[in-house]
Design a protein. Structure first.
Length: 413
């Protein structure tokens, strides 16, 4: 179990400047997206409004520890609970990191440093102090172990110190390294060198991330390319990189948005070899339309086909590749003739319920719109510490929840 310790931070400011490939680099205006957390009659909340989420400076350590203690007192947590130190800035740049980890250690708990680039660590000796403060796990953006590439693409002021820090973390705790793969920059031979270093240092896992450079790949806050001129990497090309890397190195290699060769995610239930697990699920007894992403659609269709439910449940894909990043613009582009009287949208998509209803009734046909489960599957950022049974259990629970919603709210056949 993990409990969050949010240290705040502002992208670009509290991370020693944007990395060249940073998602937030081009975000300069307020956007109010709408989401499931908004009040019923109000579009926009602290979760889905850009301004709200981009103006949180780092919180003082005493405030983070006080909030953490309150959460602990309100929740019965196991003794092996891990405190995930996270924020919108770079955790390694948090000026009170040693104080915070010491405070967590004094509570008798261990810490996980959430995504950090290491750009805030000028002296690798700090790593030893963090380890002494019971930091037992780290998610570290490696990008490359070549200091020249780190300096150019991450604008790392002390790349050699960051790489040495990564090495020390690998030698002393569980490191889940992460690399956003930019075609022609840190793939190929460069990726091989990085993997060789991580393997020799003792890293536990590596998460490969496909670079997002267009709106339909997830740039919903600003549609301008993060890096103009970068060749788009197809899903098949990216998946092959993940599989080849997993086969070549003694690392637990996963990819996002696809794939995890060890657990068959995302959508392990769509694989023919796992078809037998679908027998556990309740029969589908009603009609509905499932709205999802371009990536998820084929997987969900295959599962529905194996459930013998495609005659009355159809899947409509948006151009957006990530389901939780679907916005009202994505829904407006859909052909309503394909949509049945009951519509299920992704639970976490950035669309207010009122807007969704307006969009799906724009042709004069009254449709019921409901949110499905927050997640139907898990991507490589989550499965790196899971086994196949964990993934299948999560998917079965999510699809059972989806089926119950279809049967309860859909038009019965």
């Amino acid at each position: 179990m993990q409990i969050m310790a949010d240290v705040g931070g502002i992208p670009g400011k509290n991370c020693r400047g944007f990395c060249e490939y940073c998602y937030f680099k081009n975000v300069r205006e307020t956007k109010i997206l709408g989401c499931k957390n908004c009040p019923p009659g109000q579009i926009g909340c602290s979760h889905c409004t850009t301004d709200t989420n981009m103006k949180r400076d780092y919180f003082p350590a005493y405030q983070v520890l006080s909030t953490l203690q309150t959460n602990i007192f309100q929740t019965e947590i196991p003794k092996d609970t891990l405190v995930n130190i996270t924020g919108d800035g770079d955790v390694s740049c948090y000026p009170h990191l040693l104080e915070l980890t010491q405070g967590i250690c004094d509570m008798g708990l261990s810490s996980h440093l959430g995504y950090t680039s290491g750009k805030g660590i000028d002296d690798p000796a700090i790593v030893d102090k963090l380890i002494n403060n019971n930091v037992i796990e780290t998610t570290f953006t490696a990008f490359s172990t070549d200091p020249v590439l780190r300096k150019k693409w991450m604008h790392d002021p002390t790349p050699e110190a960051s790489i040495e820090s990564l090495k020390r973390f690998c030698e002393s705790c569980d490191v889940h390294a992460a690399s956003i793969i930019i075609p022609g920059v840190n793939d190929g031979e460069e990726l091989a060198r990085t993997c060789e270093d991580l393997e020799s240092w003792g890293a536990k896992a590596l998460i490969l991330m496909r670079f997002a450079n267009t709106r339909n790949q997830g740039l919903i806050l600003n549609s301008d390319p993060v890096i103009p001129g970068i060749k788009e990497q197809t899903l098949d090309e990216f998946e092959q990189i993940v599989r080849n890397t997993a086969k070549e190195y003694n690392l637990r290699v996963t990819g996002t948005p696809i794939c995890d060769p060890e657990t068959d995610s995302p959508y392990a239930l769509s694989k023919d070899k796992n078809k037998e697990y679908l027998e556990i699920l309740t029969d589908i007894r009603a009609e509905s339309t499932i709205i999802t992403s371009k990536i998820s659609a084929p997987y969900i269709e295959k599962i529905l086909e194996n459930l013998n439910a495609t005659d009355y449940v159809n899947v409509v894909a948006t151009e957006q590749e990530i389901a939780c990043l679907i916005t009202e613009d994505d829904l407006k582009a859909l052909d309503l003739e394909e949509v049945k009287d009951t519509v299920i949208i992704p639970g976490r998509c950035f669309v207010h319920d009122l807007r969704a209803e307006e969009i799906f009734r724009a042709d004069g046909r009254f449709r019921l719109v409901h949110r499905g489960p927050d997640m139907l599957t898990l991507d490589g950022e989550m499965t790196g510490s899971m086994d196949k049974n964990d993934v299948l259990k999560n998917e079965l629970m999510a699809f059972e929840e989806l089926i119950e919603l279809i049967n309860y709210m859909g038009v019965h056949i």
